[in-house]
Design a protein around this ligand. Structure first.
Ligand code: BGC
Length: 741
């Protein structure tokens, strides 16, 4: 049986907490349609009018997939072949309505990067939606306000398709650059990831759709995700992965949190009293409901006692035993009420009851696609440029490889969104991606560049023959190679290399033309053995439905790149806390049985990503926070204020010849600790323009978890205003008083 696998991932691989005083976060305003007090009152009335059976029904959504109708679906396991119940929009999960109480059906759709829908296998609704850039690109924009706009569009589309719960808001820290789902998350830093995910959640909920923060917690790799035990110290967890969740909860106020597949310090996340009852519900005051990941519950009694409120579809229906457990007194009746109350309350608070979602509402595609393009442009990171970009003073261009004539790559798994126009596979077939074939959204960078720059002579070579591609490059003023790597849920990468001989292709092209630019469509950092011989590198991630247009706008100079890396690019896996990825099996397929349980020792604690590089004094290939633009900026006149808070001000000047956006970053090191990102600002300036900028350190980031609580140690803090975690910039120190957060 394939019970450990996600319904969606299987399909796709075939084919209130205290509202935070988070300083400096413009996107922090939580989206809640109905006040806490009113939501409490109304939820109590409704839940108390429900029978026990009605309350129990809320706790166990049923699978709402229609795999059995899909071509080639015969190989789907038994449990996944039941037709979706009448009334269900075929998607991730469904709870029938309670008509006598005017309680609506709960319709869940996957996210987080658009209304995901199993590549067109849904029947009965318009199943295409805006395919946004992957979440890692949102993080790369360092722009929570933009992430919130993206979230609002996702929410609006979900609402217009009849969904009232989005499984969207991925905030697992990218602890390892081989992680197969990093593209669905928001990078390696808790403040950045938390603000971006929180803003997305707030955006989604602003459309009266509940949003779900996931996967709680420490589901930081895919290999063996159902059996691995993430071992980490309490302080290490609280200051890293849990902090990202805590910030996202405080800023976004999601109605729901999804617990993850893995174990944490011994217990399955969905059965961990420490994670659910203690940290999430008690310490953080979370008042929404905890849903399990699909098939993530193993022991009903333990899970319910630990704080799990809802068993999601897939796997054995363990919650079927709840009625008997109540009768026999092993699960208190009051606990069932609490579980149901949390669901009802969150739906009311988000406005999902007063503004019911209804399938078939019109969607303003063009407006939504414009937001997708804005996010793709803001998230692309220029890693190197010795003058090949932007394309100016040139006539003949050759575009090479990467299926740039077809579209841009997407990440695989449950998050995949069927874009307007449909998924295209590498054989240029519209429809489902098939096993082992790369999938694209139909947004061709080649076509977009031709449209934007009719003044250029643009040739295309598919890159399958490096010698032929090199010959074509030799005749061009600039060669642009597209290099791709597809990441997907369920699998990690063996290493950081580009597949399919693309390194050799780039090397051959660069040898033939020194003005070679490389565009990377990857969900993770990759190694660049050819870096020294190419002129320019643009990291475009999976840029979504308008990715081709965004890339063309940047290449041509219409848009100056402004993205910054949300994840460190190592030189090699030897620099990582674990050179070997535990549990990685190169032969694993979707049908392999799970490996024997194993532990992953997160001995680095909260020194994740750039903090690990600092601790080990290692030099990455490109540091966290790094990114170039088409102009240059200077920072000067740093002033620092300390005491109980920390704030810095400095002057940013655009000393180049074009308008551009700078992202100065504030890093702070508490005494004896590594530097942490404590704030940043996006500053757009015209050539010659200067601005005085103030960045307040987020007070949570100044504290460390110690002896069971958060403390800001008294002492001297090292303060940097820098353009990356390399900390090459202005330096000062600040004296801070002791305190909490
Ligand atoms: C994934 C979740 C997803 C769920 C429903 C799981 O396998 O881990 O992210 O929301 O399936 O499709």
């Amino acid at each position: 049986m394939l019970r450990w696998m996600s319904a969606t991932s299987l399909a796709l691989s075939f084919a209130i907490l205290p509202v935070a005083s988070l300083a400096g976060d413009k996107a922090a305003a939580p989206a809640q349609a109905v006040s806490d007090a009113e939501a409490d009152r109304r939820a109590a009335r409704l839940v108390d009018a429900m029978t026990l059976e009605e309350q129990l029904q809320l706790l166990r959504p049923v699978a709402a997939t229609s795999y059995q109708f899909a071509p080639g679906a015969n190989s789907f396991p038994e449990g996944m072949r039941t037709p979706p119940p009448a009334g269900a929009i075929s998607s991730a999960g469904y709870v029938p309505p309670i008509a006598r109480l005017k309680w609506p059906a709960v319709q869940e759709s996957d996210g987080p990067i658009g209304v995901a829908n199993m590549k067109g296998w849904i029947r009965g609704i318009d199943d295409q939606a805006t395919n946004f850039p992957s979440s890692i690109a949102w993080a790369a924009s360092f722009d929570p306000a933009l992430a919130r706009r993206v979230g609002a569009v996702i929410g609006e589309e979900a609402h217009a398709k009849g969904f009232n719960v989005m499984l969207a808001g991925g905030v697992n820290l990218s602890r390892d650059p081989r992680g197969g789902r990093n593209f669905e998350y928001a990078g390696e830093d808790p403040l950045l990831a938390g603000r971006i995910a929180g803003a997305t959640v707030a955006g989604i909920q602003s459309a009266k759709v509940v949003s779900t923060l996931k996967h709680y917690a420490l589901n930081d790799q895919e290999s063996g995700r159902g059996v691995l035990d993430a071992r980490i110290s309490e302080a290490g967890a609280r200051e890293s992965d849990l902090l990202a969740f805590e910030i996202a909860l405080a800023t976004g106020k999601p109605g729901s949190v999804m617990c993850s597949y893995n174990r944490v310090n011994g217990d399955h996340a969905c059965e961990s009293d420490w994670l659910l009852n203690k940290v999430l519900k008690k310490d953080w005051g979370f008042r929404g409901w905890v849903m399990s990941d699909w098939g993530g519950v193993h022991d009903m009694q333990k899970a319910v006692a630990a704080g799990l409120d809802q068993q999601s579809p897939q796997g054995k229906d363990l919650f079927a035993g709840l009625a008997d457990a109540v009768k026999s007194g092993t699960v208190p009746r009051a606990r069932i009420r609490d579980m149901a109350f949390r669901i009802v309350r969150s739906m009311i608070a988000a406005g999902a009851i007063d503004n019911p979602a209804r399938a078939g509402r019109p969607i303003d595609r063009d407006a939504h696609l414009a937001v997708a393009q804005a996010q793709a442009e803001a998230g692309a990171v220029l890693l190197k440029n010795e003058g090949a970009l932007p394309l100016e003073g040139v006539r003949r261009i050759v575009v090479i490889g990467g299926f740039a004539d077809i579209g841009v790559l997407v990440g695989g798994g449950g998050s995949m969104v069927n874009p307007y126009g449909g998924i295209v596979n590498e054989e240029n077939r519209i429809g489902m991606a098939s096993l082992g074939k790369w999938a694209f959204v139909p947004s061709s960078p080649l076509a977009a560049l031709k449209a934007l720059r009719p003044d250029l002579e643009i040739a295309f070579d598919d890159g399958t023959d490096p010698a032929r591609a090199a010959a074509a490059a030799g005749k061009a003023d600039v060669a642009i190679v597209f290099a791709l790597k597809q990441e997907t849920e369920n699998f990690d990468s063996a290493d950081l290399s580009l597949p399919r001989g693309q390194d050799a292709l780039i090397a051959a092209v660069a040898a033939a033309n020194p003005r070679t630019a490389v565009v990377l469509e990857t969900g993770n950092p990759v190694a660049m053995p050819w870096l020294g011989s190419v002129n320019a590198v643009l990291q475009a991630w999976y840029p979504g439905q308008r990715g081709g247009e965004a890339i063309a706008a940047i290449l041509s100079g219409k848009v100056s790149p402004s993205g910054r890396l949300p994840i460190s690019f190592p030189q090699s896996v030897a620099q990582l806390p674990r050179a070997k990825l535990d549990g990685y099996d190169p032969k694993a397929t979707l049908f392999s049985p799970p490996p024997a349980p194993f532990a992953v020792d997160y001995h680095e604690g909260s020194d994740v990503g750039y903090r690990w590089f600092e601790r080990t004094r290692a030099e990455p290939l490109f540091p966290f926070g790094f990114g170039l633009s088409y102009t240059k900026f200077e920072h000067k006149d740093l002033r620092v204020t300390g005491g109980k808070q920390l704030s810095v001000s400095f002057t940013v000047t655009n000393v180049g010849k074009r308008e551009g956006t700078d992202v100065p970053q504030l890093y702070v090191a508490p005494p004896g600790r590594t530097h942490r990102l404590a704030g940043w600002e996006r500053v757009t300036l015209k050539p010659g323009e200067s601005r005085r900028v103030t960045v307040k350190a987020d007070p949570w980031i100044l504290s460390s978890y110690q002896d069971g609580g958060w403390r800001r140690a008294a002492g001297t803090y090292d303060v940097r205003v820098a353009t990356s975690a390399k900390l090459d910039g202005l330096q000062a120190s600040a004296s801070l008083a002791a305190g909490g957060r």
